[in-house]
Design a protein around this ligand. Structure first.
Ligand SMILES: Cc1cc2nc3c(=O)[nH]c(=O)nc-3n(C[C@H](O)[C@H](O)[C@H](O)COP(=O)(O)OP(=O)(O)OC[C@H]3O[C@@H](n4cnc5c(N)ncnc54)[C@H](O)[C@@H]3O)c2cc1C
Length: 502
C-alpha cells in the first residue's frame, strides 16, 4: 500500500533511462517476454539520452554505426560516422516501431530503490521533474540504463579571471540554441572527442577557431562512409551487409586495440605518420599531436575524412598547445606569455561521471556503498539482487556491450521463470578474488570519479574484459549457474496486501 492507502503499482521489470541502452533493453525484453509488464522511467521529457542532450555544432558519433547500432536493427545509411540527429532518429524509430515509446514515463527521475528479500521485490521512488511529486512502485527486476555521466552539468575547471571575459563562454553540454558565432574568433578549450568535433564544424562559419589544448590526444582519420559497406550494398540485402560490416569492424577494432596494448610504439608511429601526411609540410606534429601516454591509455579520437586536419590546412582552424594563465577581457592569457583573442570561448573540458544515475540503492535495509561492491560481468553488483546496469565498452562501441547485457538479462529472467526462482544475486564465493579499480583509463574525467565507482575483480566473472569477442563466450554463452550467481525460490514470499499488477 502507498502512504495514501492506494494500492501500489507492480511491474515485472523497471528500466531506468530512455537512451540508446534503455530503448535497446526494452526491445530485447519485449521480444523475449511479450507477457512481462515493464516501463521505462526517464528523467528528461524526451528519449534519446546523449543524442538528444548534446546539440553543439557537428555533434556526431566517433565510432562506426555498424557497431554503435543495435545488433537487431541494421544501420542502412551511407555514412557510418554519422551526425547526432540521425542517431536520435534511429533510436526514436526503434522505440516507435516496437511500441516502446508508449511504455516510457517521462519526467520521472528515479532517486531511490530498496530491495526486500522477504518480498523478493524492489520498491522504487521517482521524483517527477515537472511537479516534484514522489512516485512509488514495486518491481521484480530493476534495470538501470542511465548512461555514465551527470546530465545537469558538464565538467569545467576553475579558470582565473573567468568573470572578466567580455565575450560568451559556453559548455558543449548546454549549447545555447541561438549562439551566433559566424565571423567570430572562437577558442575551444580541450582535446577530446568533443573538441575535435567542434573545431572543424565551427570553422565553417567562424572567422577562426583555435583548439587550445594542455596536451595532445591520439587522433586518427577514418572514412565517413565505409567503402566495404558501400560495395556490398550493391549486391547484398541490408541485413547481410550490416552483419558482415559489423563483424569486420569488431575484428579490426579488437585487433587494433590489442596491438596498441602490446606494441604501443608501432601503433604510435602508424598514427603519427597518418597525421603527418594529413598536415602541411613543416607542421609541428610532435608538439600538437604526439601524446605523452600510450595509445588507448585514454580513449582515441576519430575524425571523419580528416576534417580537423583539413581545417588546419586551409587556415580556418589552428591548434595551440599551452596552459592557461587566466581569462582576460578579450581572450585567454597563456603561461607561455602569448594571448589568444576570442569572442567566444567553448569549454570542451568534459563530463562529470555518474554511476547508475546517482540512484540510492538499499538492500534489506542496508545502504549499498558502491565502492565496496564488485561488478559481475560488468553488468551487476555483488550482493545486489535482481538488478542489472548497462554500461558499454570504453574501447569499442557502447552498444556492443549494451546488446550483450540485454541478452544476458533476458536469459537470466527466462532461467528464473523456468526454475521458479524469485531472486538472483551475484556473490563473491571465491576467496582468491582480489579487487582492482573498475577502469584502467588515465583520462582526467575517469580519475576524478573512480573512487565513487564499484571495483572489478582479478578473475572471471568479476574481471572487466572490455573485449567483445571474449564477452560473446562469457556473456552470450556462459553458464548462468556459475557458482557466483546465487538463485533462491520464494521461501515464504507473500506480496504485500493491496498490490495490483500492471
Ligand atoms: C558527445 C558524446 C558522443 C559520444 N559518441 C559515442 C560514440 O561515437 N560511440 C560510442 O560507443 N559511445 C559514444 N558516446 C557514449 C554514449 O553516451 C553512448 O554511446 C550511448 O549513447 C549511451 O547510451 P545510454 O542510453 O546508455 O546512456 P545515455 O545516452 O546517457 O542515456 C541515459 C538516459 O538515462 C536517463 N537517466 C539517467 N539517470 C536517470 C535517473 N536517475 N532516472 C531516470 N532517468 C535517468 C537520462 O536522462 C538519459 O536519457 C558518446 C557520448 C557523448 C557524450
Amino acid at each position: 500500500m502507498s502512504a495514501n492507502g492506494q494500492p501500489i503499482e507492480h511491474l515485472d521489470v523497471l528500466i531506468v533511462g530512455a537512451g540508446l541502452s534503455g530503448i535497446g533493453a526494452a526491445h530485447h525484453l519485449r521480444g523475449a517476454f511479450p507477457g512481462k509488464d515493464y516501463a521505462i522511467f526517464e528523467a528528461r521529457d524526451d528519449l534519446g539520452g546523449t543524442w538528444d542532450l548534446f546539440r553543439y555544432p557537428g555533434i556526431r558519433s566517433d565510432s562506426d554505426m555498424h557497431t554503435l547500432g543495435y545488433r537487431f536493427r541494421p544501420w542502412t545509411h551511407a555514412k557510418t560516422i554519422t551526425d547526432g540527429e540521425s542517431i536520435l532518429d534511429y533510436v526514436r524509430e526503434t522505440a516507435q516501431e516496437a511500441g516502446i515509446d508508449r511504455r516510457i514515463r517521462f519526467s520521472h527521475r528515479v532517486v531511490r530503490a530498496e530491495w526486500s528479500s522477504e518480498e523478493a521485490r524492489w520498491t522504487v521512488e521517482a521524483e517527477r521533474t515537472d511537479s516534484r511529486e514522489i512516485v512509488r512502485l514495486t518491481c521484480g527486476y530493476f534495470w538501470v540504463c542511465s548512461g555514465y555521466y551527470r546530465y545537469d552539468e558538464g565538467f569545467t575547471p576553475e579558470f582565473d579571471g573567468r568573470e572578466r571575459f567580455r565575450g560568451e563562454i559556453v559548455h558543449p553540454q548546454h549549447w545555447p540554441e541561438d549562439l551566433d558565432y559566424a565571423g567570430k574568433r572562437v577558442v575551444v578549450i580541450g582535446s577530446g572527442a568533443t573538441a575535435v568535433t567542434l573545431v572543424p564544424a565551427m570553422a565553417e562559419k567562424a572567422a577562426h577557431v583555435t583548439m587550445l589544448q594542455r596536451s595532445p590526444t591520439y587522433i586518427a582519420s577514418l572514412p565517413a562512409e565505409d567503402p566495404v559497406a558501400s560495395a556490398l550494398r550493391r549486391v547484398l540485402p541490408d541485413k547481410a551487409v550490416y552483419s558482415v560490416v559489423r563483424w569486420k569492424n569488431v575484428l579490426l577494432q579488437t585487433f587494433f586495440y590489442q596491438l596498441s596494448r602490446r606494441r604501443p610504439r608501432a601503433v604510435e608511429r602508424f598514427i603519427h605518420k597518418g597525421v603527418e601526411a594529413a598536415l602541411p609540410e613543416g607542421y609541428d606534429v610532435d608538439k600538437h599531436f604526439k601524446p605523452r601516454y600510450n595509445p588507448w591509455d585514454q580513449r582515441m579520437c576519430l575524425v571523419p575524412n580528416g576534417d580537423l586536419f583539413k581545417a588546419i590546412r586551409n587556415g580556418s582552424a589552428s591548434v595551440v598547445t599551452d596552459t592557461i594563465d587566466a581569462f582576460t577581457e578579450t581572450g585567454i592569457a597563456l603561461d607561455s606569455g602569448e594571448e589568444l583573442e576570442a569572442d567566444v570561448i567553448v569549454t570542451a573540458t568534459g563530463l562529470n561521471l555518474l554511476f547508475i544515475g546517482g540512484i540510492e540503492l538499499v538492500v534489506d535495509e542496508q545502504p549499498v556503498e558502491l565502492p565496496k561492491t564488485m561488478t559481475y560481468k560488468g553488468m551487476m553488483l555483488s550482493g545486489v539482487p535482481n538488478c542489472a546496469f548497462t554500461v558499454g565498452y570504453t574501447n569499442a562501441s557502447w552498444t556492443l556491450k549494451a546488446d550483450l547485457t540485454s541478452e544476458y538479462v533476458c536469459r537470466l529472467l527466462a532461467h528464473m521463470d523456468a526454475h521458479g526462482y524469485v531472486k538472483s544475486v551475484p556473490e563473491i564465493t571465491d576467496p582468491t578474488v582480489t579487487e582492482a579499480p573498475l577502469l584502467d583509463f588515465t583520462s582526467g574525467y575517469v580519475l576524478r570519479s573512480l573512487d565513487q565507482f564499484p571495483k572489478q575483480g582479478s578473475k572471471e566473472p568479476w574481471k572487466l574484459r572490455q573485449n567483445y569477442v571474449f564477452d560473446l563466450r562469457s556473456i552470450r554463452r556462459g553458464a548462468l549457474e556459475d557458482g557466483a550467481m546465487q538463485f533462491s525460490r520464494p521461501a515464504a514470499v507473500r506480496p504485500p496486501a493491496g498490490t495490483v499488477v500492471g
